[in-house]
Design a protein around this ligand. Structure first.
Ligand SMILES: Nc1ncnc2c1ncn2[C@@H]1O[C@H](COP(=O)(O)OP(=O)(O)O)[C@@H](O)[C@H]1O
Ligand SMILES: [Mg+2]
Length: 264
């Protein structure tokens, strides 16, 4: 999908929980903003962890992703500033739990987010990242249907590859019925501990199978990444020297390089 006032729209998805989607959404978004891009993060998870992790009091927010999907407010009116220059967010709270059910009977229910992005006429964003919930529900299908490309986070654990099959089935379904141009931006390995034999084996297998789709950068297990959200800031503003901080900055650079290769 392409939009007149928006650059790449990239959901961060995996139907498993705890594989680094939200951590990646926050820290990739902040790293891209630090590299002078204007970035919007849409929190599409009813848990609202991306919102709290960026210091937003989600119960205080006037307009949330729920209002956006219900069509009661335009994207322009849902965008909030964060403490990071160039990084904006559409926050989510518990209201979003009801969205799946509320959307079920709406016309074009898979394309509600796509319509909202199409109608946006505000200031240009280079990137719109979407933090997806840990299920392949109507919310995630909306994200995939609105996307230019998808970023999959994958934890290097024993069942990692099995989980990817379901994700690929969903992508195939969306391509066939809703968004024929949906491509895969890449697979990002998260929570990696290369001292661990299993982690190294899984990384080798995933790279052998998925080749250049897999980001060269891997995100190491780093306690600073788990601590930063309780301060409401991304890791680059919490502990810039931490391995997690260096990794997300390098990943953002790799993403920008991939974009410029695509365009050339
Ligand atoms: N690279 C990492 N190092 C250490 N802890 C991490 C890392 N990535 C995520 N975590 C922690 O693991 C948990 C799950 O991560 P999260 O990003 O919320 O996953 P998801 O959004 O896929 O459910 C969180 O407590 C988070 O702080
Ligand atoms: Mg999450």
């Amino acid at each position: 999908m392409q939009y007149s006032h928006l650059g790449s729209v990239i959901p961060i998805a995996n139907q498993k929980g705890g594989v680094g989607k939200t951590t990646t959404s926050i820290n990739l978004a902040a790293s891209l903003a630090a590299l002078d891009k204007r970035v919007l993060l849409i929190d599409l998870d009813p848990q609202g962890n991306a919102s709290t992790g960026l210091g937003i009091d989600k119960d205080d927010a006037d307009n949330t992703t729920y209002d956006l999907l219900m069509g009661t407010c335009a994207l322009e009116d849902c965008v909030m500033e964060t403490s990071c220059e160039g990084l904006f967010i559409v926050p989510a709270n518990g209201d979003l739990v009801g969205a799946d059910l509320a959307m079920a009977n709406m016309p074009k229910r898979e394309l509600l987010l796509n319509q909202v992005l199409n109608q946006y006429k505000g200031e240009h964003f280079h990137f719109v990242l979407i933090d997806c919930p840990p299920t392949l529900n109507l919310l995630t299908i909306n994200a995939l249907s609105a996307a230019s490309k998808i970023l999959i986070t994958l934890q290097t654990e024993f069942y990692a590859m099995e989980g990817l099959t379901q994700m690929h089935d969903a992508i195939r379904h969306v391509r066939a019925n809703l968004n024929e141009n949906l491509s895969i931006d890449g697979i990002l390995l998260t929570l990696v501990d290369r001292r661990n034999t299993l982690d190294r084996q899984v990384e080798k297998e995933v790279r052998a199978y998925y080749g250049s789709q897999v980001y060269e950068t891997v995100i190491p297990r780093n306690v600073r990444l788990a601590e930063a959200p309780s301060h409401g800031i991304p890791i680059i503003h919490y502990s810039v020297q931490a391995t997690g901080s260096v990794a997300y900055l390098s990943m953002a650079q790799e993403m920008l390089e991939r974009e410029s290769i695509e365009r050339s």
